[in-house]
Design a protein around this ligand. Structure first.
Ligand SMILES: *Cc1c(COP(=O)(O)O)cnc(C)c1O
Length: 528
């Protein structure tokens, strides 16, 4: 049945009696249906009344617009309501527990936001002359200093815009270093448990990705690694702690082995949250490592803001770092903008400006408000919380690897065997319990994986509630209530979606119904 907004109705059960109802509008009290913004538009409706613009001479050399570009015409309250309604259908770190493994969805302290909005910082323009933005350049320099100090690395590239972009930066530096020696190495070794961005980065830089298997204890297989090393290996990309939530115990040896054959060690540092202030990657033989400010240093992500992925570099890779970068010169802070002079070996530029300034401010505010003791406690609490969950569930869910984990607890689906309930079903049922599901089916080396990263910012009460919900659902699964799981989520604004269809056949074009709504010109062209 369709509701009056033309969408399939989603009947809901009464809170009191359990009786099933359908409303005329499709709304369910606070849970409001939201039509597409293009369906809401009415030609000629405006939010702000503005005078007709003066005719100006077109200076775009024939690139002028032929007609309207099809934006919906809306009033101000319509726009506000649209986005407020959407935000209420979305799950966020500000609304509940978000234990998404490998993503470090921790609280974003409001002090960071306050500082980032200071007029002297928030109103800067990246094209201002360096002499007018000395404070901002000092801030970048100061953050760079603390990131180098924390990681024990001599150099840093601040401009990469996210973790994956940081990987690209690191591997481009590795490539430039080999090329400077006149070498064209072909292979990069990547463990099977790696985050997908690692092999993708190596391939994008023209390398052949050679996968190294994991050992039964979840670490990289050293013997297989040794066998694959050779003069055509450009380097290894290893995550530490790895995506199984485990510290790679042989990491020093791995670094020595790759250096011995003239290769470089790229460390994926997305999981720095677990080792912050406890161990310095520089002491482990790392040549390049990205730091996700949006994970470890609490800047918003996951739809809440852009990322930032500064990359720390060893002495060997430092000369190849991208421009621009900030330097302290005779006349204060200056920007080295071009790959010439002292930056002549730089592989070039990755980004228009200097990096994600707003994220730099937030990350530095986070560091300074914590101090060194607070930063060390972050890793301690992150690891404690993950192990609290591991121990709270390990009599009902099987851990593929023995012993204490780092910042995330990993389980496989062997305890669900015989129940017909899958990892996916369990995750959907967690939505009904009011939690964002954990990471599912990753890392790939673990069957039906559930990767749970609570982070240090969750209280014991929240962890207990999460553990309680998981135990309740696992009991229900083992009692054979398959129908409940296969119907989940029962209470979300949308039920189970065709996720494969959404990814493979996204609907990018909206055509208004014949004769009503927006004009022909307003038809969205599938520009993408
Ligand atoms: C998040 C993550 C990345 C990628 O970082 P983005 O900022 O999302 O591009 C890479 N590796 C690991 C292990 C990660 O957790």
């Amino acid at each position: 049945m369709l509701n009056n907004q033309g969408r399939p109705t989603q009947p809901a059960a009464s809170h009191d009696t359990g009786e099933i109802f359908e409303t005329f509008t499709g709304n369910k009290a606070l849970d409001l249906e939201t039509p597409l913004i293009f369906e809401q538009g009415v030609p000629g409706r405006v939010g702000v009344d503005m005078a007709e613009p003066k005719k100006v001479k077109n200076r775009l050399g024939g690139l002028e617009r032929k007609g309207a570009i099809g934006l919906p015409d809306l009033s101000e309250p319509q726009v506000l309501r649209h986005f407020v309604r959407l935000s209420r259908q979305n799950y966020a770190i500000d609304s509940g527990f978000y234990p998404l493994g490998s993503c470090t969805m921790k609280h974003n302290p409001r002090i960071n936001e306050k500082v980032a909005r200071l007029a002297g910082l928030g109103d800067l323009h990246p094209l201002q002359p360096a002499s007018t933005v000395q404070g901002a350049l000092e801030l970048i320099d100061s953050l760079a200093h603390w990131l180098k100090t924390i990681t024990g690395m001599p150099a840093i590239a601040m401009s990469p815009a996210a973790g994956a972009h940081g990987e690209l930066c690191g591997v481009m530096a590795i490539r430039a270093a080999h090329e400077a020696k006149g070498e064209a190495r072909q292979r990069i070794l990547v463990p099977e448990s790696a985050h997908g961005t690692n092999p993708a980065t190596a391939a994008l830089c023209g390398y052949k990705v050679d996968a190294v298997p994991a050992r039964a204890d979840g670490r990289m297989d050293l013997d297989a690694f040794a066998e694959k090393l050779g003069p055509d290996v450009a380097g290894v990309m290893l995550t530490n702690p790895n995506t199984c939530g485990l510290f790679e115990n042989d990491i020093r040896k791995i670094a020595d082995m790759v250096h011995e054959i003239g290769g470089y060690f790229y460390c994926d540092g997305a999981n720095l949250n677990a080792i912050l202030g406890q161990v310095r990657p520089g002491d482990l033989g790392v040549d390049a490592m990205h730091i996700n400010l949006h994970k470890t240093f609490s800047t918003p992500h996951g739809g809440g803001g852009p990322g930032a992925g500064p990359v720390v570099l060893s002495e060997a890779l430092a000369p190849f770092a991208p421009v621009p970068y900030v330097r302290h010169g005779e006349n204060g802070f200056e920007l080295i903008e071009h790959a010439e002079g002292e930056a002549e070996k730089s592989f070039g530029r990755m980004k228009t400006f200097h990096g994600q300034m707003g994220m730099f401010i937030r990350a530095l505010a986070y560091m300074q408000s914590h101090g060194s003791d607070g930063l060390c406690q972050i890793a301690e609490d992150a690891v404690l919380n993950a192990n609290y969950i591991r121990v709270g569930l390990n009599d009902m869910l099987h851990s593929p690897f023995d012993g204490i984990c780092m910042h995330e607890a990993l389980f496989d689906d062997s305890s669900l065997k015989g129940t017909e309930v899958t990892t996916l079903d369990l995750a959907k049922a967690m939505i009904d319990e009011g939690f964002h599901p954990m990471t599912m089916y990753f890392p790939l080396v673990v069957h039906g994986a559930m990767l749970i990263e609570p982070t240090e910012s969750e209280s014991r009460q929240t962890l207990d509630q999460f553990i309680g919900a998981m135990r309740h659902l696992l009991t229900r699964a083992k009692e054979g209530d398959v129908a409940y799981f296969q119907g989940a989520p029962h209470f979300a604004p949308r039920r189970r979606l065709d996720e494969t269809g959404a990814a493979r056949k996204p609907v990018l074009r909206w055509t208004p119904p014949e004769g009503e709504g927006a004009s022909d010109e307003a038809k969205l062209s599938a520009a993408s």
